[in-house]
Each structure stands twice: as C-alpha cells, then as structure tokens.
Design a protein around this ligand. Structure first.
Ligand SMILES: Cc1ncc(COP(=O)(O)O)c(C=O)c1O
Length: 482
C-alpha cells in the first residue's frame, strides 16, 4: 500500500522546530510522581518541514472549498468564512464554561439569540443547544418523548414508528432510548403509506420520527393527516431536521404538527462539518414540552442572561452547554443572510436539484419520477445492460475531480445515488457535473472496464471494501508496503 510518511518518520534527532520553554526553577515544586521519567516521544522536525508536511496533507483533502460535493442528505453547502471569524472572536474563543454567568454574558446572549432565531425558523417555542450532532438530538428528542409519557403515567407507550426510508440513525436512536421500532411502509411515490400507518396505531405508540422532505427528496404531502392520526392516538411527532434546507423560507415543521425538532445546523445553517464533526443538533420543542428540555437552558431575566433547569428536565445530554463555537457559526450564518435571503435558500436548493434531475433523466433512472425537493435520488443507469453499478459510477467521478453523491442510501432504492447540490453552487458547476455524469454514462457503453477499474488517478485505487470492513488496519505498525 502507498502511503505518505507520517511526521515521526521524517523526524531527525536534534532537529529543532520549536523550543519548548522549561521553567527549571519551578520544576522542583512539581510532585515527583507527576514528573516524567523518560523523554516524551515527539517528532523532531524543523518548522518548514512541519509546514510542508501538513500543507501537503491538506492538499490531498477534498472539501467544499476545493470542489463540488453533492453528498445527498449531508447538505455540503459553502461555508462563508465570516462564520469562522465571528466564532473565533477573542471573547467567544477564550470564554470558559466554568466562569460565572456574570463573566459570560456575551456568550449567553449569543446562545439566547440563537435560540430565538431557531424558534423563528422552525415555529417551535424553545431550544436546547446542547446536543453535539443530529443523532444526539434524536436521542434527546426520544428521551423527551419517554419522559413526557412517563410523567403522565402512560407507561405502556413503548413503540416508535419509523418509515422504511428513514436514515439509520432514527431506528438506532430509538433503540438506544429503549423503544421498540415499528416500520411503516412507503408508497410508490416515496411518501409514507397512510393506510399502513393506520394499521400500526395503538395505545402503545409513543410517537413517530419523520424527516420532511423525506430521504428520497420527496415532500410528505399527507403530513397534516399523519400528524392528526398520531396526536389522536396519543403519540408525539419528532422531526429529523436533516432535510430542513429545502424548507427554509417555505414552511416550518411545527406548523406541520411536529412537537420536537432537531436541526443539523452543520448542514442547514452552514457551520462546516466533515469527517464526523464538529457539529451541533439543537432540539426545539413546542410549549407543552419546554419543561422536559435538558438542563441547563438559557433564559433572559430582565437585562441579564442566565442558565436555568427546566422543572421536569430529562437531565444533562452532554458536557457544559453544547458545541458553542458551532452555535456561534450558526448565529453568524443566519444573521449575515438575514430573513429575506434565508427565505431564498430552500427555493434555490430545490431548483438546483431539479435542474440536475431533468438534465440527467435520460442517462440515469430517476427513482421517483416527480418533482423533487432539495435532493434527487437516481436508481443507477437507465441502460442496465452494461452491468455498470452505482459504485462504479461513484468511483469514476473521483477521476473527474468530483466528490461522489451518497450511494446505496436510502436502502429502499437498490442502486441509489442521492445527489444534493445545495443552493450555493453556480450553474457552471452544475453543468460541469451534468457533463461528467453524461460522459460516464457514455463510457459505460463504450468502455465499461474503465469504470469497473476506477478510480485511476487517486492516491489509493479501488479498495476491497469487504476486507476493509472485516479486517480494518487501524495501527500504523500494521501497514505493509507492497
Ligand atoms: C436524514 C438524516 N437524519 C439524521 C442524520 C444524523 O445526523 P448527524 O450526522 O449530525 O448525527 C443524518 C446524517 O447524515 C441524516 O442524513
């Protein structure tokens, strides 16, 4: 296997990049048992070598700042750099979570203000900014559902309904929260099958988890019927906000009947994410559920901001007050766009996805043949005779410098390829993607081998994914040169 040298391998004894200051006078004050007895193993490299090493590594990275990244369900939109500037303002970057409230008034104000902005976006009545990711928000939402029924002594409500198209974190979170899962089927048009839903309703239903638009990029047109059915049966509605980008400026989850909403602010509201973080999954609730929010949440008391513990709180969901700097980026994004521009986001995201859908429908099979929302799901190539799979198309895209879309999700589309262009991409970028996809479809007929062996121009070629999953090499020492 080819790999770049790690920094320890380029280390040379006594090469100095940074002189660590050692206060030898005070060293004796340190208790003996806390003192190091052997040299710390650090690489010895000069400053230019460190700079080159990490710059070269970063150049191998792919991100929204280097190219088109249509990773469906992930909303990889451009992240305005002003977000970073605002989040790293000294008073925010240096404030300490254990400092007294009086010393952190600016940070508390920012949290309170962000809560108000998110309420406005979702139509809910109060937010907890504590969860660190969407899935973490799901867990919190499910705890709230559980505590709500428990406090009403309605202990038999142990079941959560989840559509067969749902993101894997939904059933996983429900299971972690101790619920049993009932799967509701989708119609041919990708939406929840209301007749099937009716057969699942009973006094044991605690609630339903839905994302709207759903993971097929289709708006749940029966959402008002669904929310009435669930409420009439005594359950609550949880909104997985991963797809809220399509609705920005168009509609609010609480107006559709949702009681609990999480936002993936690292998707919808731009705070950058990738490689698993950093993110935040604030959870908003309608007024009937405010008392169950985790402790502490921020409130305004006269002209001061303070933390308080809601009366029936589910407890703490994480350390301190959430991913504060991600929340600061969220705040900066919403405020720099302002209400008018934020209202345009959903419409533009939907327009871009439909432009791609129409432009590629002759080459790639559209999974649900109707107007989509912010993302479009294809079901592989139209011409199945070539034997080319979605995986081959995704790998070939890498040779053209395009990040592949999400593949093989949602699970109910066998050759799924989920393209989410987001509102921030220009027509030129979309046209380039469309041309590359057409070129790949032509290659599938003329030279399928080139696709089966792709990628050709990347640092690592096609990986044995089964082997990688079953026998991952996680330690540097286990890497063997071929
Ligand atoms: C539909 C949907 N729900 C939930 C999640 C989980 O969000 P997170 O990755 O922030 O935990 C995702 C993530 O991609 C998603 O696409």
């Amino acid at each position: 296997m080819r790999y770049d040298k790690i920094i320890f391998e380029i280390s040379n004894e006594n090469q100095i990049g940074h002189d660590l200051y050692t206060d030898t006078n005070n060293l004796s004050k340190l208790p003996k048992n806390l003192r190091r007895s052997s040299r710390v193993e650090l690489p010895e490299v000069s400053e230019p070598m460190v700079v080159r090493h990490y710059t070269n590594l970063s150049n191998k990275n792919f991100g929204v700042d280097t190219g088109f990244y249509p990773l469906g369900s992930c909303t990889m939109k451009y992240n305005p750099k002003i977000n970073e500037e605002m989040a790293s303002l000294a008073p925010f970057a240096t404030s300490h979570p254990l400092a007294p409230e009086s010393a952190n008034q600016g940070s508390l104000e920012l949290m309170y203000e962000t809560d108000l902005l998110l309420r406005e976006i979702t139509g809910t009545d109060y937010f907890s900014l504590a969860p660190f990711a969407g899935a973490h928000g799901e867990l919190l939402g499910l705890w709230i559902i559980k505590e709500y029924h428990r406090s009403r002594k309605d202990f038999k409500r142990t079941k959560i309904i989840i559509p067969d198209s749902a993101h894997g974190t939904n059933p996983a979170s429900a299971a972690v929260a101790g619920f049993d899962i009932l799967e509701v089927k989708s119609n041919e048009d990708g939406t929840v099958n209301v007749e099937d839903l009716k057969t699942l309703l009973s006094p044991e239903i605690a609630g339903i988890m839905l994302t709207n638009p759903n993971t097929l990029g289709i708006f749940e047109k029966d959402i008002l019927t669904i929310s009435k059915l669930i409420h009439d049966c005594g359950g609550l509605l949880y909104y997985d906000g991963a797809n809220l980008n399509a609705l920005l400026g168009q509609g609010k989850p609480a107006h559709m009947g949702f009681d609990i909403v999480h936002l993936n602010v690292h998707k919808t509201l731009s705070a950058p994410h990738g490689g698993g973080g950093p993110g935040a999954g604030p959870v908003g609730v309608v007024k009937e559920l405010v008392d169950y929010l985790p402790s502490p949440i921020v409130r305004k008391n006269k002209n001061k901001y303070e933390f308080y513990n809601p009366k029936k709180s589910v407890g703490r969901i994480g350390r301190f007050y959430g991913n504060f700097q991600v929340i600061a980026k969220t705040n900066a994004y919403v405020k720099t766009l302002g209400k008018e521009n934020l209202s345009k986001v959903g419409g533009l995201a939907v327009l871009n996805a439909n432009y791609i859908r129409k432009s590629l429908e002759n080459e790639y099979k559209v999974a649900i043949d109707s107007v989509c929302m912010h993302e479009v799901v294809f079901d592989g190539l139209v011409d199945k005779s070539t034997g080319i799979k979605t995986l081959d198309v995704a790998k070939r895209l890498l040779d053209y410098g395009v990040h592949p879309p999400t593949i093989y999700f949602p699970l109910i589309v066998s050759e799924a390829m989920m393209v989410e262009p987001t509102e921030t991409e220009s027509k030129e970028t979309l046209d380039n993607f469309i041309n590359v996809m057409k070129q790949i479809s032509a290659e599938a007929k003329e030279n399928p081998q080139i696709l089966k062996e792709a990628p050709h121009d990347t640092l690592v070629r096609r990986l044995d994914e089964v082997l990688a999953a079953r026998n991952p090499i996680l330690k540097f020492d286990d890497i063997k040169e071929d």
